[in-house]
Write a protein that binds this ligand. Structure first.
Ligand code: 6GU
Length: 280
């Protein structure tokens, strides 16, 4: 995969040289290029922003530097591209242009999975009040444009969001995470939160590791962990249970959900009206 990031603060992306993602780049599993938007300005002051039409606070990013930067990036060829004549037909797919914004669609684990299957991703980091909207319309000729948000809060710019998204996507690329099994059993991969984990010593400051984990009974351990996932998800993220496919749950799991105040109705979890707790 090739990733390009355009930003007025390219230094902000330096952490992508570290740890798993840095190693993936060194190993040639991921080609990542960071570009300074100001390199695509033509005035002496390298201006990237201006006042908003219609008035209001703050500044808006000018369209022309973005068009120059994105056109240059779209025309670039990944190191991994096949040489010689392209295969008959459509040629390579348009790169996906991800525009980090609190006004975007939600970036989820499912989105990360989907984006990990792309050949080319481009991230356009906005600052100030955002990028002139016409850039998104123009860019649709060259890219599949996807404004994306990490969650319902406001960051000062897209750079920190890109660090998060590139890490979430990059670790799903083949070979990046050493043991691919660690990708299977983790929070959100099955629509539930992860179960709690423990390590030695088995007793620490008068607190014991749950006995079942020391039992050696792998069936019992798997069931305990699954039920802990249900308990945690019901407590912390009941919204996730609305999407959970409960149609094929074994009896013991239905009982576990019943104890948490949920019944299975038409293959979906339904919170009992008389259930306790403080959920709505
Ligand atoms: Cl992706 N960008 C910005 N600027 N703020 C955010 C965000 C993204 N996600 C949540 N807040």
């Amino acid at each position: 995969m090739r990733i390009d990031v355009v930003s007025i603060f390219p230094e902000y992306l330096a952490p992508l040289e570290l740890s798993l993602i840095g190693k993936a780049r060194q190993d040639g599993l991921l080609e990542l290029n960071v570009h300074d938007l100001r390199d695509f300005t033509t005035d002496r002051h390298r201006t990237v922003d201006d006042t908003p039409y219609g008035g209001g606070a703050g500044m808006v990013m000018k369209p022309e530097p973005w068009a120059q930067a994105l056109a240059a990036v779209a025309a670039a060829t990944p190191d991994s591209a096949e040489a010689g004549p392209a295969a008959a037909g459509s040629g390579p797919a348009k790169p996906v242009l991800i525009v980090p914004s609190p006004a975007g669609e939600r970036f989820t684990q499912a989105a990360a999975q989907e984006l990990a299957g792309e050949d080319r991703l481009v991230f356009a980091c906005g600052r100030y009040e955002g990028i002139d909207e016409r850039v998104m319309e123009w860019a649709a000729e060259h890219f599949t444009v996807r404004p994306m948000s990490l969650g319902d809060y406001v960051l000062n710019g897209g750079e920190v969001a890109v660090l998060a998204m590139v890490e979430a996507i990059g670790r799903l690329l083949p070979g990046v995470v050493g043991n691919p099994e660690s990708l299977v059993e983790e929070s959100h991969s099955d629509g539930l939160l992860e179960y709690p984990v423990y390590t030695k010593p088995s007793s620490w400051r008068d607190r014991d590791v749950p006995a079942v984990l020391l039992s050696g009974n792998h069936g019992k351990i798997a069931q305990w962990r699954r039920h802990e996932q249900y308990r945690r998800t019901a407590e912390r993220r009941p919204d996730l249970l609305e999407e959970f496919d409960a149609a094929k749950l074994p009896r013991a799991d239905r009982t576990a959900f019943a104890d948490l105040g949920y019944d299975v109705v038409d293959g979906h979890l339904s919170r009992r009206a008389d259930a306790g707790g403080d959920s709505a």
